[in-house]
Design a protein around this ligand. Structure first.
Ligand SMILES: *Cc1c(COP(=O)(O)O)cnc(C)c1O
Length: 435
């Protein structure tokens, strides 16, 4: 299979280059030349497959020309090593818990798959790989965990100073070893722009053998399609889900679109955002106006220039009319989100994290207008990752902290402070070449 740039269909590369380079030199994003479809045979018995078997079928549809079935099965089994249970809160009101992995957010799926696929693609190389990643909170922890101790690989994580939760910060800064954390004096968008600037510097990028672990990387998107199938088959036969996706960079939503493209029946997608509502606004008006992000209590969605937007557009052939018939956009304030956390606890005795709460609000709004719909809201992170917000609404000790998070609290933060200046950042990277 070949992959092309969204900016130039004639710029085509193979799988290894699309994954390791992450970003085409023309600043577009890679898309597969052919979007795979799972055949009728698959859809005859897909409901009986295990989560791992579903994952293999999806991954194989994308990668069978380039990765042997045995290798791919190992990669998928290593990725899907924990469940994603569907929890029913009320009639038609379902929540898909994606936080049962090692770093308690859905990003474990993408990061674990990418680490394994990259290791396989570079199995005969002897150059050290440098993985660069900007994080608004959860990506960095998932990537750090997935790549920790991977030989011949160095990981550099950029995160915005003071804009990630305390425990999220520990997940980035306490591992050590081949993981280096850079605390950037700026926003997540600044971090993302710094990463881009390093890639666009061809010489630096070549010399450090740079690769990106952000959701612009296709290897993160494909495994996120797995759980759309896993969730949908848990509804009664004949019920097509409406997926509600709390969104920031829109990687998760794009993965849902890939699942639909594979043949999954979906009633609708609902893009739920906080006040960073560039995409809901676009769906309403047809005007796309990326802008600086604003800080909210659902910090992993504080994105003002969503990196997967061009992929979403490409999947709809650039047509706003087509996109808005399949995706509905809704945005909510922090006050509404806080009220939702309290309501879900009071009515359903369920602790929903601030990101899931944004999604839950959108799900209520959707079902109010479409009473027969079944919504599946993606619960993207465990509430313990956002203790300060949860305790402010529900009181002290309202959520149990999983042990794998609790042990981090006592470990030391190690990070390098840098200004959000691309010249400063590139100079810091230059320093690595000498090492
Ligand atoms: C990353 C993240 C999101 C946003 O996901 P995108 O794929 O960037 O849209 C939502 N919630 C949580 C908890 C996250 O970590």
């Amino acid at each position: 299979m070949h992959y092309h740039s969204t900016n130039n269909p004639a710029h085509r590369v193979d799988l290894k280059e699309a994954i390791l380079r992450s970003l085409p030199p023309d600043n577009g994003l890679y898309m597969p030349d052919v979007l795979p479809v799972l055949g009728e045979e698959f859809w005859e018995n897909w409901r009986d497959l295990s989560f791992q078997e579903l994952g293999f079928a999806v991954a194989n549809a994308f990668f069978h020309e380039d990765v042997s079935a045995d290798a791919l099965r190992d990669i998928v089994d290593g990725t899907v090593a924990f469940d994603a249970p569907l929890v029913t809160l009320g009639p038609g009101d379902h929540v898909l818990e994606l936080f049962h992995g090692p770093t308690l957010a859905f990003k474990d799926f993408g990061a674990r798959f990418m680490a394994r696929l990259m290791a396989w693609l570079t199995r005969d190389d002897d150059r050290e790989l440098t993985v660069l990643v900007a994080t608004s909170g959860d990506t960095g922890g998932a990537v750090a965990s997935a790549f920790h101790h991977v030989p011949n690989t160095r990981v550099i994580i950029l995160y915005p100073q003071g804009k990630v939760s305390g425990l999220q910060e520990k997940q980035l800064t306490a591992l050590g070893g081949n993981i280096t954390a850079l605390e950037i004096q700026g926003s997540f968008d600044d971090c993302q722009a710094l990463v881009k600037s390093a890639f666009l510097d061809r010489e630096l990028s070549e010399r450090l053998n740079l690769t990106s672990a952000n959701s612009i990387n296709l290897a993160r998107l494909v495994p996120q399609s797995f759980y759309y199938l896993h969730a949908a088959r848990q509804l009664p036969v004949g019920v097509d889900p409406t997926f509600v996706i709390p969104s920031g960079n829109f990687g998760n939503l794009t993965a849902g679109l890939l699942a639909m493209q594979l043949g999954l029946r979906v009633e609708q997608f609902v893009a739920a955002t906080n006040r960073n509502d560039v995409v809901p606004e676009f769906l309403r008006s047809g005007q796309y106006s990326p802008r600086p992000s604003v800080q909210t209590i659902s910090n992993a969605m504080d994105v003002g220039a969503p990196s997967n937007f061009v992929r979403m557009q490409a999947l709809f052939g650039g047509s706003w009319e087509k996109m808005k018939t399949r995706i509905s956009g809704m945005a909510f304030s922090d006050d509404q989100t806080r009220a939702a956390i309290r309501t879900v606890k009071a009515l359903r005795d369920y602790e929903i994290d601030p990101h899931g709460a944004v999604g839950w609000l959108a799900a209520q709004q959707w079902r109010a207008a479409h009473p027969t719909s079944a919504t599946i809201t993606l619960e993207t992170a465990h509430p313990a990752k956002f203790l300060d917000v949860m305790e402010a609404e529900l009181g002290a000790n309202c959520v149990e902290i999983p042990e794998r998070l609790a042990i981090l609290a006592n470990q030391d933060k190690v990070a390098t402070l840098l200004s959000a200046d691309s010249a400063v950042f590139r100079e810091w990277l230059q320093g690595l070449i000498a090492l």
